[in-house]
Design a protein around this ligand. Structure first.
Ligand code: SF4
Length: 92
């Protein structure tokens, strides 16, 4: 006697579990790949002309690209809230 029972569709429970596991693993890999490409899309502080001091009233903590507490969507590494770079976009 087998543990694989058909559910009436000709597909066993074991086959369904295998397909579900493959789908979940595929989704996890896609999420991980998306995260890596986002990080790879960042540029270096030097390329962005980053400086750890503000430029007038322009500073990272009022830039739309700033990610508190010490990050930026486009510039890699630790970003000071008081910093500035050439990619600055005023938060509205
Ligand atoms: S000014 Fe904006 S784009 Fe430039 S490092 Fe700061 S948060 Fe990032």
């Amino acid at each position: 006697m087998s543990n694989d029972r058909s559910n009436g569709t000709g597909v066993s429970r074991r086959q369904l579990l295998g397909r579900a596991t493959a789908t979940v693993c595929g989704a996890a890999i896609a999420v991980a790949a998306g995260t890596q490409s986002a990080q790879a899309g960042q540029i270096s502080p030097a390329a962005a002309g980053y400086q750890p001091m503000p430029k007038g009233d322009q500073r990272c903590d009022n830039c739309t690209l700033f990610q508190p507490p010490m990050g930026c969507k486009f510039v890699s590494g630790e970003i000071s809230p008081q910093g500035w770079c050439k990619l600055y976009v005023k938060r509205s």
